[in-house]
Design a protein around this ligand. Structure first.
Ligand code: AHM
Ligand code: MG
Length: 315
């Protein structure tokens, strides 16, 4: 029998408690994957007409994926609130407002790829609430560093749909099997290779990079000889980095002085996975996982991947 998402329940101290939530992510992933495949036939492609809190145009699929994810977190019965890149404020789940866990999510990352049938993803992490369980959870419950994360992962909607996650006991990849209609363990114990791989960055911004990066970057390229790949969809770019090695970065530049990616929805969950896979997750001046968030939608520069390349850039 292939191992399914249930195998999470046997992993370490957090596994049993995280299993229902990760199964909920799996159900959301299956629904979002189905939605994406049929979107063009249902008129679900294109702009929703609104903007998210960052002032970015929301796609219809951003909004639908956000609803699916929230519904599935509600159905677990263990999640008291969800913080989403698509929602300005914390979404409290009234029926389970006394539950123990909060989930942070970017429901459909890289949605600019939707128009070209490019890969997109869902990114999530789970923390335990700090406020007393007799009241509703509050935004401060979400403002915990990556060191407090209990579980994190992503879903990649590519040629196959994959759910890659960690409950603090290594990183494991599950692939959706359309015949059995479930996620099956296909990539146990993913480790970032120390050698080889690619660098992955929007190099068009190089002349605007801050933090003296241009010089370090030129040296990194010379000394490592890494090849280059960039999809512009963080989940796809990070999945390749985890499997093949190298480095993914979204640094600070003149237009985005704190980088583009969000600490809670993108940097912390991916940083957690990278460290669990034996790699390095850095921001300005230290590990991504040591930053204590100040707000739900805060941005930070990120350098994620194999230690050697990351150290040459973020050091
Ligand atoms: P989004 O959350 O609005 O989809 O933006 C995040 C995406 C990431 O997936 C990707 O790494 C990055 O934006 C690419 O940005 P750019 O087009 O500036 O290179
Ligand atoms: Mg996004």
């Amino acid at each position: 029998m292939p191992q399914t998402l249930n195998s999470i329940a046997h992993q370490g101290a957090n596994g049993p408690a995280m299993m229902p939530i990760i199964q909920g992510v799996g159900r959301a992933a299956a629904e979002i994957s189905y939605l994406l495949r049929g979107a063009v036939f249902r008129g679900a492609l294109g702009a929703a007409g609104g903007e998210n809190v960052q002032g970015e145009q929301q796609q219809k699929l951003d909004v639908l994926s956000d609803e699916i994810f929230l519904d599935e977190m509600r159905s677990t019965g263990f999640v008291c609130a969800v913080g989403s890149e698509e929602q300005e404020e914390l979404q409290v789940i009234e029926e389970y407002a006394h539950a123990d866990y909060l989930v942070l999510v970017d429901p459909l990352d890289g949605s600019s790829n939707l128009d070209i049938d490019g890969p997109v993803g869902t990114i999530f992490s789970v923390v335990r609430r700090r406020s007393a369980p007799d009241g509703a959870p509050v935004e401060a419950d979400t403002l915990q560093s990556g060191r407090e994360v209990l579980a994190a992962g992503y879903v990649l909607y590519g040629p196959a749909t994959m759910l890659v996650c960690s409950v603090g006991e290594g990183v494991h990849g599950f692939t959706w099997n359309p015949n059995s209609a479930r996620f099956e363990l296909s990539h146990p114990d993913m480790r970032i290779p120390e050698q080889g791989g690619y660098y992955s960055v929007n190099e068009a911004n190089a002349d605007k990079w801050l933090d003296g990066l241009a010089e370090k970057f030129a040296r990194m390229k010379r000394e490592t000889g890494l090849g280059m790949r960039y999809v512009g969809s963080m989940v796809a770019d990070m999945h390749r980095t985890l499997l093949k090695g190298g480095v993914f970065l979204y640094p600070a530049d003149e237009k985005n002085p704190n980088g583009k990616l969000r600490l809670l929805y993108e940097a912390i969950p991916m940083g957690f996975l990278v460290e669990q896979a034996g790699g390095r997750a850095m921001s300005r001046g230290g590990s991504v996982l040591d930053i204590v968030p100040e707000g739900l939608h805060q941005r930070v520069p990120v350098y994620l991947g194999a230690a050697r390349a990351v150290d040459m850039l973020a050091g």
